[in-house]
Write a protein that binds this ligand. Structure first.
Ligand SMILES: [Zn+2]
Length: 226
């Protein structure tokens, strides 16, 4: 979990699943919460050492590797938790994922692990796409369904925190087929964000890039083969 500063306001912590961070005055917004308490503690320890505040958390989508550390943040930092609709319902009731992975039946024990079901956390604010000002943060939420039903990417201060709307090449080489709920939505989400201009973009998994177009062309080619 190496801390990387992107500009005056934006940072990200690089790991197998990246965590974003935005600083505005006395407030600090984490973007996703890593897979568990141990992983997110590595993030908050570095923020505390840098004397940066921890007041808000935005969960981009309800996959446990992105919200598993959220309950720890809520308990110890009383963060204001924000999440997109439906995703919010799952992080508040995490057994929903093992249930839908098991066709709506009572899930077998093998599906009830920390990769599919994190500790539940109460969501304070359900958010939707569009530009918004929240407690001093100037945010554009961008709807990027396809990897999950209501995933939102977050753009602020010239940086796109893209969630799992695309993956780094290394991750694609490793997993071959990215997890998606809908190929059509995935392609449309990629098309939507590839033409937007940012100083940089941080995917949920993979390296931060200054330009997205090369990576997107690779992913679009892969996805369109389905
Ligand atoms: Zn995901």
């Amino acid at each position: 979990m190496k801390m990387n500063q992107l500009n005056n306001n934006c940072y990200y912590f690089s790991s197998s699943v990246n965590v974003g961070y935005v600083h505005e005055g006395n407030n600090g917004l984490l973007i996703d919460a890593a897979i568990d308490q141990s992983a997110i503690r590595k993030v908050v320890r570095q923020l505390e050492e840098a004397e940066l505040p921890i007041t808000h958390l935005f969960i981009t989508h309800a996959h446990a590797d992105h919200y598993g550390g959220a309950a720890y943040l809520k308990k110890h930092y009383n963060v204001k938790v924000m999440a997109p609709k439906l995703e919010a319902a799952i992080v508040e009731n995490p057994i929903i994922e093992p249930i839908y992975m098991f066709q709506g039946n009572t899930p077998v024990g093998e599906l009830r692990n920390k990769f599919l079901e994190g500790p539940p956390v109460e969501v304070d604010l359900v958010v939707d796409e569009g530009e918004q000002e929240i407690d001093g943060f100037h945010i554009e939420f961008i709807s990027t369904p396809g990897h999950s039903y209501h995933q939102l990417a977050l753009a602020t201060n010239g940086i796109l925190f893209a969630a799992d709307s695309y993956f780094g090449k290394k991750e694609l080489d490793k997993h071959k087929i990215p997890y998606i709920t809908c190929a059509k939505d995935t392609i449309e989400s990629l098309e939507k964000i590839k033409d937007k201009v940012y100083d940089g973009a941080v995917p949920g998994m993979g390296l931060m890039k200054k330009t997205l177009k090369i990576l997107f062309s690779i992913i679009l080619n892969i996805t369109k083969t389905f």
